[in-house]
Design a protein around this ligand. Structure first.
Ligand code: 13P
Ligand code: SF4
Length: 353
């Protein structure tokens, strides 16, 4: 296994995850806490969704209130693969995607006839930012014999140049299959997910060097300390986390896999190494179980993300309400880009069918 050094990776964290972004995301969360606001906003969103023939699809990492209104209005909450599939099968001509930009772009690529909107166009992802298409193209050109497999957390341009797109819920099966066929792999952008897949499948993989700013902060020592306080707790880990954290897991997998594990594993308590907004769903399914955030590197003051994705956090009931009313922030992608990016995405959906 080789790791490709990308200076952009380090820069991405500090350049894009700046203090003002974090503060804005915290402000937006605070604003939706008042119960009076919540009722008014729920009513307005419900009314305008009907009026504008629109549906909402949300990721498990967005504010629990957004997850609640999504379900109440007949929309869908899921992991990134399930969101993509819902986008194609839902009948509404207008789809509002609450998550991050790559999720909305994926919806547009898979359903180009639909109009896709987002509550904020600022909501990106450190993995997407850490993997510019031109840099990846250079690397791809150096390894023409390898299959380029990219994580869904990338731009439409990166998807368009790849052989396969995968999400964390299907990555292992696809890499296993390629390895079985004797193919060598060039993987981008998440180095931790890549090294996990390499270890699990034994595939020959060259890894791009980028990481998720949320998951890379989870610390095995912190989990050990928390386990000492709750020795009977199970550990759930998203594979974007560092290897020593993954090693401690009772279950490793996508967000939907972790929710399933929280329902099915025989523990009454869980330490969870992923975005804490997922607790909303976990507690809904298992109201009598206890969920603890896995400790992050910063222990309070210096942690950058504190187990919550700052970009997911830019979605609020306020900007969702505005988006549903005005149908603003539409995702626009070039037709030829859609055509090229659709091929590897379709392959993933068919593989999963
Ligand atoms: P899932 O595909 O597991 O929903 O994860 C998406 C993501 O962005 C994790 O950080
Ligand atoms: Fe990207 Fe990490 Fe946020 Fe997921 S949690 S969208 S990988 S920055």
């Amino acid at each position: 296994m080789f790791l490709i050094q990308s200076t952009l990776n380090m820069e991405a964290s500090s350049r894009f995850l700046n203090q003002s972004l974090i503060e804005r995301h915290r402000d937006s969360l605070n604003k939706v806490e008042g119960p009076a606001n919540k009722d008014d906003l729920f009513e307005s969103i419900t009314h305008n969704l009907k009026k504008n023939k629109a549906s909402v699809v949300s990721h498990y990492y967005v504010d629990p209130l957004i997850q609640e209104i999504t379900e109440k209005t007949g929309g869908f909450v899921g992991d990134s693969l399930e969101m993509a599939k819902f986008g194609s099968r839902c009948e509404s001509e207008n789809l509002i995607v609450c998550g991050v930009k790559f999720m909305a772009e994926t919806a547009k690529i898979l359903s180009p006839e639909k109009s896709i909107f987002v509550p904020t166009l600022e909501s990106t992802c450190s993995l997407d930012l850490g993997c510019p298409a031109d840099e990846l193209k250079e690397l791809k050109n150096k390894h023409p014999e390898r299959e380029l497999v990219v994580y869904a957390n990338t731009s439409a341009e990166v998807k368009a140049m790849s052989d396969w797109v995968v999400t964390s819920s299907i990555a292992k099966e696809i890499i296993e299959d390629l390895h079985f066929e004797g193919k060598k792999i060039l993987w981008a952008p998440d180095k931790y997910l890549g090294s996990y897949l390499q270890k699990e499948t034994g595939a020959d993989m060259i890894l791009w060097d980028s990481a998720c700013v949320v998951h890379e902060e989870f610390k095995s020592n912190g989990i050990k300390d928390l386990k000492a306080l709750h020795p009977d707790a199970g550990v759930l880990v998203h594979p974007e986390s560092p290897p020593e954290v993954i090693e401690m897991a009772d279950a490793v997998g996508s967000t939907s896999h972790l929710i399933k594990a929280s329902r099915e594993l025989d523990f009454d308590k869980f330490i969870v190494a992923t975005d804490k907004s997922i607790f909303y769903k976990m507690s809904q399914f298992s109201p009598n179980k206890e969920f603890f955030e896995a400790p992050t590197g910063g222990v309070g003051s210096s942690c950058k993300s504190c187990a919550h994705c700052p970009w997911m956090g830019l979605n609020s009931l306020y900007n969702l309400d505005k988006c549903v009313l005005e149908l603003n922030n539409e995702i626009q992608l070039d037709e030829s880009l859609i055509k090229s990016a659709k091929e590897p995405l379709d392959k993933m959906i068919q593989f999963n069918a």
